[in-house]
Design a protein around this ligand. Structure first.
Ligand SMILES: *Cc1c(COP(=O)(O)O)cnc(C)c1O
Length: 362
């Protein structure tokens, strides 16, 4: 695919991603009543496949909002005492902001740039006895860093009254997240990242413990009230408000492709393979931002050690039919990001890297 405008680019940005035409077509499914058996069956199928993708038996909910909606829902509905918010970059900072702006008592624990949230950090925070919620970013899209949520979950297990909330917005569907094994109470993702769908819908698993906690929390709001949503999904696989059924048709279809056609292991392996190609390329010409052992399989953040213009690069790349991302927030121009998520394949990735080499004379 060659192009010179935004309508025909191969997106190597960390969402929104390109959507396969057959998946996109499912959004045009004829409209159904949201209180119908068809709607119930649709959600039930989605729930079953998302449980497979998340390795959990927990309740699956959708929200007709982007992922930020469920992040806000989770922190507001589940914090009774105080939340310990662990940040490894812009999206961790943002989750903390959501707590603060919702009057949820919270503290932020920020790692050094490029360094992960460690289980020791979490343990130290929980030993104070102040917290009943831990929030962690699985895959920090700004720094290209992937935290070890399984290890962190094992620490949290030793503190029985503490809920574990995980932002897997830019990893679920691209990297393995084993919700039950990792002791995760709420695991959140958006459709426009590794799931390969248009933006506008988000998904989450919700444990019984999280639901029971939310029942005891006051002033959870209305549209994003976790209790209201979980209760209705448990009753008849429907929603208190009108969900985006066009997204649900596309999600249902795409999940079947992910789980039954590509297969979960193949999908995770493909992402890992693409990540390794980008990392190797980046280390040859630049430096990686995230520490070794914590590098993301879905997006790579590369330090702009040669001080090139990222804006000019993207202008030239767009002429050639590609788009990558500048560094996020404080990393703007200091780093650039190549996302390799959803349905990206090796061939187009190699082509992109070749174009960058050509433009920058690497
Ligand atoms: C994109 C992203 C978000 C925000 O998700 P939206 O769907 O845009 O609300 C949150 N966390 C991470 C890690 C992300 O990559």
């Amino acid at each position: 695919m060659k192009g010179n405008n935004e309508m025909s680019l191969q997106l190597f940005i960390p969402g929104p991603v390109n959507v396969e035409p057959d998946v996109l077509q499912k959004m045009a499914t004829v409209q159904i009543p949201h209180r119908s058996k068809t709607a119930t069956d649709l959600q039930e199928r989605i729930s079953k496949n998302l449980q497979k993708l998340m390795y959990t038996n927990d309740t699956i909910i959708l929200s007709t909002s982007s992922g930020s909606g469920i992040m806000e829902m989770a922190i507001k509905s589940c914090t009774k005492k105080r939340a310990a918010m662990f940040s490894v970059g812009a999206f961790g900072d943002r989750w903390y902001e959501m707590a603060v702006t919702n009057s949820v008592p919270a503290d932020k624990f920020k790692s050094e740039p490029g360094s992960p949230t460690t289980k020791e950090m979490v343990e130290r925070a929980l030993e104070t006895g102040l917290y009943d919620v831990v929030a962690v970013t699985h895959n920090e899209t700004s720094s290209g860093l992937m935290n070890h949520v399984y290890e962190i979950g094992q620490v949290i297990k030793n503190f029985p009254g503490v809920l574990f909330l995980v932002d897997a917005v830019s990893s679920l569907g691209g990297a393995k997240v084993e919700v039950d094994e990792a002791n995760i109470d709420i695991c959140i993702a958006s459709t426009q990242k590794c799931l390969g769908l248009p933006p506008g819908l988000s998904v989450a698993s919700v444990s019984e413990r999280a639901y029971e906690r939310a029942l005891t929390v006051e002033n959870r709001g209305f549209y994003l009230d976790l209790v209201n949503i979980v209760k209705r999904v448990k009753k008849d696989y429907q929603y208190p408000s009108t969900p985006s059924t066009p997204h649900m048709w596309a999600l249902d279809y795409k999940l079947d492709k992910i789980v039954n056609i590509e297969g979960l292991e193949n999908r995770f392996n493909r992402h890992e393979h693409l990540a390794k190609i980008v990392r190797k390329w980046a280390e040859k010409h630049f430096e990686l931002f995230a520490k070794e052992g914590f590098r993301s399989n879905t997006v790579t953040t590369i330090l702009n050690t040669k001080d090139f213009s990222i804006t000019d690069l993207n202008k030239e790349l767009m002429k050639r039919g590609f788009l990558i991302s500048n560094g996020y927030g404080a990393l703007k121009n200091k780093a650039f990001r190549i996302a390799h998520m959803a349905d990206r394949q090796e061939k187009e990735l190699l082509q992109l890297l070749k174009e960058i080499e050509d433009i920058w004379n690497l």
